[in-house]
Design a protein around this ligand. Sequence first.
Ligand code: PGA
Length: 261
Amino acid sequence: MRSIVGGNWKMNTDLAGAVRLAAEIVAGCVSRLRHCDVVIYPPFPYLKAVGDVLGDGGVRLGAQDVFHQPDGAFTGEVSCAMLLDLHVRGVLVGHSERRLVIGEDDDLVNAKALAAVAAGLQVVLCVGETLEQREAGRTEEVTLGQVRAGLRGVPAAALQRLVIAYEPVWAIGTGRTARPRDAALVHRLIRGAMADLYDGGTAGAVRVQYGGSVKAANAADLFAEDEINGALVGGASLDSGQFVAIVHAAADAAARKQRKG
Ligand code: PGA
């Protein structure tokens, strides 16, 4: 299974910095694209400029969000068709910052996932528990609830365009990373829930990324777990050296797992 590493730039960079960062990432990752998909998610205003840098070079352009309606009176929102016009290939849906800061609920996340897969975009459905929920022993209930709600009505045939990002909220931007074994356990639960929703073969083919303070220094340990198929990287994706090192670790782990069979 190929790894997938995403760089979620959030509300960071400026135009010149975004173009520069994209060029550095392309140069650093090109040798590893055989074993690892790389997607970068710049802020909306920089999609065109970053897309021009990426061209057809293999590093893919993604968007941090999308709105589910095709067009109309939705001030400030961006449709799937608009993203496709800019050669965007994938979107993040249900990132915890959108759930917790902006107030998106499971129904909206599900509507966005349905619209985006129908449009042919790759969807990274982000799920994960808060610290309070983890401490209350609710990690499984919350995370799997978000998976089930997010995937409601998504046909099995669309799952090849779907990735799950398990991002425990307490690990995002905090410098605290889940222990690889703990993350792998939740990844296994996610796959089990997907096997119940679809079937084992379909669920087994879906990649599950880990997200939450992934850095060059902890990436290899995370990717050594069979259940961890890559990472969604926030802070460290703004540093091309860090991000490229994470991509290399993910590609090397995928190659190793492939050899192992
Ligand atoms: P972080 O963010 O790597 O800065 O923790 C991850 C994310 O929000 O996707």
